[in-house]
Design a protein around this ligand. Sequence first.
Ligand code: ATP
Ligand code: SF4
Ligand code: MG
Length: 361
Amino acid sequence: MTTRNTPIETTTRPTDKDVILEVRDASVTFDMERGESRVMDSVSFDIYRDEILGVVGESGSGKSMFASALLDAVVRPGQLTGDITYYPRDGEAVDLLNLSERELKRLRWEEISMVFQGAMSSFNPTMKIRKHFEETLDAHGQDRETGLVHARELLTDLYLEPERVLNSYPHELSGGMQQRALIALSLVLKPNVLVMDEPTAALDLLMQRSILTLLENLQEKYNLTVVFITHDLPLVAGLADRLAVMYAFEFVEIGPSEEIIRNAAHPYTRALLKAVPNLDAPIDEMRPIEGSAPDPVNVPAGCSYHPRCPLATEKCIQVDPGYYDVTADHQAACHHWEQSIEAISYSVSSSDNRNTEVKSE
Ligand SMILES: Nc1ncnc2c1ncn2[C@@H]1O[C@H](COP(=O)(O)OP(=O)(O)OP(=O)(O)O)[C@@H](O)[C@H]1O
Ligand code: SF4
Ligand SMILES: [Mg+2]
């Protein structure tokens, strides 16, 4: 275990943690005319079995790249390097970046499933919802009848009327219903991990929170590990067990949600929290953080946050900070995290950020 003031090279893992996905030194690069664009930068990270992990950060910080990397689904010509290992509950570890096309196809959906950003439009408008379930089951060689029994259960779990939804075309459902149908579809092959990239961004606040409540129920019922990606820190704060804050294509702070909300150590996280007037407030009431997010072709040297950081010193400009232990399970990539806690104030005015109930539709 590291001492409090010694930066560490990789994310530490408390020994009592059961890891389901282990990411090591993972990077994504694109060759651009104006140079190499590094949109995920040597990320090392553990995702724990059965946790809900919230990944937050500004637009363009690399959240979707991280999500795609977890399924080896980075779009070409992006190059994903490093190691990602999946540990099933039973059976051998899977080296995710060295699978054949066939193995990868099976892993996606059956082990790790993903709801992509803007996915509501991923329903084929000419096909009833039932057909989407059937095609998914067929593609994975699963029995339709058994699969549809599970689909009906999932739809019911998501407070939808199964037959009505299965017999509808996508446009016949509201946005909230479509999104829930999509979550059911992503779970129909009983994956262990569900990665959701901004799954509720297109919905109104009440529906977003309702879906989060349902997600929490699903997570418990099916022992799911959930990675919930959003730029909306207040939204995910009440749901996630842990939060991972992304800035400039890497994680700058990781820890239990409550700990991050109450005692954020990285100046960027503190600025994010300062920008939220009230954890229950809508996102559009947030005050933006001054300065702009880095260009992936030209990430600042040393600590990439230094041009925007009120605490930046010469050391920050010269030396890229590793992770410092704030507590055993809370890390921040900042040379001056102790000073950050003292000097950058923010207030959390709501302690009750639990999500709301949803009514049956
Ligand atoms: N196909 C691509 N080619 C080159 N660069 C890309 C490509 N797709 C994304 N990027 C760049 O990768 C970086 C990270 O993008 P990413 O989509 O992961 O951000 P994000 O955090 O998900 O943002 P948002 O909140 O807007 O969804 C951005 O700088 C983006 O411009
Ligand atoms: S390392 Fe320096 S520049 Fe980076 S966040 Fe900490 S104080 Fe700011
Ligand atoms: Mg994104």
